[in-house]
Each structure stands twice: as C-alpha cells, then as structure tokens.
Design a protein around this ligand. Structure first.
Ligand SMILES: [Zn+2]
Length: 233
C-alpha cells in the first residue's frame, strides 16, 4: 500500500484522503506524528498551501510535546539489544575493557562493562560524533556532485525534524537520521541541498528535486514508514 505524504517546511505529513470528507483537517498526535485529512480530489498544491498557513500552529504543538518526548523506554541497554546504524542492525555487547567508549564491529556495538549505566548517552555521542562525521562527508560528496554548496553543516538533535536549511545556507541534520538506510539519508540531504536554490516547496522546488532524485516520492514515503519502525535509539 502506498502512503501519500506531504513535506512542508521540513515536516513530513501523512495525507489521508476520503471521499466522505468535505473539509481539510490536520492533527498532531501524542507521538508528534502529523496527519492531514482531505477530500479525495484536493490538489496537492492546494493542500500544501493550506498546511503552510498552519505551520506556526503545528510547530507550537510540537514544541509543547518536546519536553515530554518519550521517556526512553528503558534507560539502560542490555546485551543483545538491537540498534540500527545506516540501515544495518547491530547488537549491543558489553566487554571488559576497550580503547574507545563505543566500538563498532561487524554486527556489534561494544561498550565497556563499567559504562553500562551511561550506555544510552555514549551511544548517542557515538552517533553524533562518528555518524556526524559520516554525514558531513556524505554532504560534501553530494554537494560536489550537484554543485550545491552549503555554508556549514551541523549534526544535532532537531527533535521531530530530519533536516533544515537556514537562509544563510547552513544545513542542519538530526543525528537520529543515522539509523536509516543510506538511500533515505541521501533523500534528506538532497532535500536540504535543493533548498539552497529553492527555499520554499513550490513547483520549482519539486522539479529541481525530481531532476536529482527521480524516485523522491517513493523515498519520502519510505522515510515516513521508517520513522515509525526504527525509532529505537
Ligand atoms: Zn523542505
């Protein structure tokens, strides 16, 4: 089944169409998931404009939810817990001692036995450090390929957003993006790169994006699906 999504202001909305609906509606649910309800035949451009007019409201809703973001299910990792990095699954393993706080081996993310209580923080730092360096290299590769150069790149906690592009040409990426397969990370990177030349999601924006990634709609839908499946870090 295909999922229709709408990306507005770097937020991803799931679009639910129904022949019985007469008006547009928008919800932000408890986990921060965004849904737009629309009559069957509403054109996408119209939907996008309508949602754009409500972005402030959506951001306010998300900001309220932010402080109460999921108290992470269990604060401690146990041996054998799965963690996804670049779309591959790794299992957590505690070892007697090692040179680095977190070491990534084939199939395993290893931590020191004595760091057990701090595992979540250490893994997050590893994602941001090692993974962040990877994203920056990836951005360089893609920006060279497409001739779209950002003024700076940061990898940080962006809450519910995967990426953003400032008016000064600075790109920010959410470290949680690193859970996903490279194909989806590339989508977010290229999505933000295109904003360097087309700040808003107009026809021109989507044309440019499609020229670089012809299957962007498919990736966008997959990103939405993965957002549900992989939120485990
Ligand atoms: Zn965007």
């Amino acid at each position: 089944m295909s999922v229709e999504t709408l990306s507005v202001g770097d937020l991803l909305f799931e679009v639910r169409r129904s022949s019985r609906r007469r008006t547009l509606g928008l919800t932000v649910d408890r986990s921060g998931e965004l849904k737009v309800y629309a009559p069957e035949a509403t054109p996408r451009e119209y939907l996008e404009k309508w949602v754009e007019g409500r972005l402030v409201w959506v951001h306010q809703k998300l900001a309220i939810k932010e402080p109460s973001r999921p108290p992470l299910p269990s604060m401690e990792y146990a041996s054998g817990d799965a963690i996804y990095y670049l779309g591959r699954s790794y299992r957590v393993r505690f070892v007697a001692d090692q040179a680095e706080p977190v070491q990534c081996r084939v199939g395993w993310l290893e931590l020191r036995q004595t760091d057990r209580a701090a595992a979540r923080t250490l893994i997050r730092e590893w994602f941001q450090g090692t993974g962040g360096a990877w994203i920056k290299e990836r951005v360089t590769l893609l920006s060279d390929r497409y001739g779209l150069a950002p003024s700076a790149v940061e990898v940080l906690d962006l809450g519910n957003r995967w990426g953003s592009c400032s008016t000064s040409g600075r790109l920010n990426f959410n470290w949680r993006l690193l859970q996903f397969p490279i194909r989806l990370i590339d989508y977010v990177i290229i999505h933000e790169l295109v904003h360097l030349v087309a700040p808003h999601h107009g026809d021109d924006y989507w044309r440019r994006l499609e020229a670089l990634i012809p299957d962007y709609a498919d990736r966008k839908a997959q990103l939405l699906e993965s957002t549900r499946e992989y939120d485990r870090v």
